[in-house]
Design a protein around this ligand. Structure first.
Ligand SMILES: [Zn+2]
Length: 326
């Protein structure tokens, strides 16, 4: 990984990794407004020059502004041209050591994602975390990430002539999820596909033990009484159970799988592609597949496809059927 420090980057005429190719035109297109922090966490950003500012130990391209959020709090927003934003996203989302085609697929999908999130009537477009896309400013950039953004300049995932509402997650666990099952918004290009490419990657299968006390508190399961059994119910066509039933001495409490995941902690219960939840000695043994919501592109699968010689367009076509890259 060759991180670009602020000192070597001249903005807006960015020297790219491909030998000084000028992408100044590309990065001055549409600005994206990235929410960096809210409330007391907004700190004291400092404009360094016309094109950079420093905040919280990091350097960001573009300018900053304050906005008032829906909850009345103050928000710190980075206003940054689209492809300059993507420079700060690429290597925060995937390793610069990954195959070029996989990084280019990520660049195309990340650009499309950002375009579909532009909301002129709202105080910001995206947040700088995995709720949208991870974004870390210049300290997150790499030569390889720049190259992927530059090589795909202007390319997006289209469906019927419009930017597709793309999604991606770390690992689908062997089968992507249907957006209709996860978010209630089915789309022809976000249906479930069997993915052989992410098998045996780090997030493919996982298992964790969680104290039942903490689960009971997080999900308010006291009314179930003493826990007798945990059952996975109503499995969707992709293999993901929609509900987790806590069968207790007093009642059975049904919890939606997503509420179970986010209630306990999305980093602990890494997906809703649950295989089993066992109950023994006050502890739940939870086993599942993949990491993240599972809809759209599987990043680990895209990595394997790239390593096997697939192009970025082939990777995108596999995870978003009936779309085109253009
Ligand atoms: Zn996968």
């Amino acid at each position: 990984m060759a991180s670009l420090g602020a000192a070597v980057v001249v903005y807006p005429r960015v020297a790219s990794a491909t030998g000084g190719h000028d992408v100044g035109g590309a990065v001055t297109e549409r600005p994206v407004r990235v929410l960096l922090a809210s409330g007391d966490a907004t700190g004291s950003p400092r404009q360094l020059d016309a094109w950079h500012f420093g905040w919280n130990g990091r350097t960001y391209r573009g300018t900053f502004t304050y906005v008032t959020l829906a909850d009345g709090k103050r928000g710190l927003v980075n206003v940054v041209p689209l492809d300059a934003y993507l420079y700060g996203v690429l290597s925060a989302e995937v390793s610069p050591g990954w195959p070029h085609a996989s990084q280019e697929a990520q660049a195309i999908v990340a650009r499309t994602y950002a375009l579909t999130k532009l909301r002129p009537s709202k105080p910001y477009d995206v947040v700088a975390t995995e709720s949208d896309q991870r974004y870390g400013g210049i300290e997150s950039e790499s030569v390889e990430g720049h190259a992927a953004v530059d090589a795909t300049a202007g390319q997006i995932v289209s469906y019927n002539g419009a930017p597709a509402n793309v999604a991606f997650s770390a690992c689908c666990g062997g089968r992507t999820a249907d957006s209709g099952d996860v978010w209630g918004s089915p789309r022809p290009y976000l249906r479930s596909v069997a993915d052989p490419h992410c098998a045996d990657t780090p997030d493919y299968r996982w298992q964790t033990n969680i104290s039942y006390d903490s689960v009971q508190r997080a999900l308010e399961l006291a009314r179930a009484g003493d826990l007798r059994d945990v059952q996975l119910k109503d499995v969707d066509p992709s293999g993901r159970p929609r509900f987790v039933n806590f069968v207790g001495s007093a009642a059975t409490v049904q919890v939606a799988s997503q509420a179970f995941r986010f209630g306990v902690g999305a980093a602990v219960v890494r997906s809703t592609y649950l295989r089993s939840v066992g109950n023994a000695s006050g502890s739940l043994a939870v086993a599942g597949n993949g990491r993240g919501h599972g809809v759209g592109m599987c990043q680990w699968g895209a990595r394997s496809m790239g390593a096997s010689g697939a192009t970025a367009a082939q990777i995108v076509a596999f995870y978003f059927p009936s779309t085109t890259v253009g």
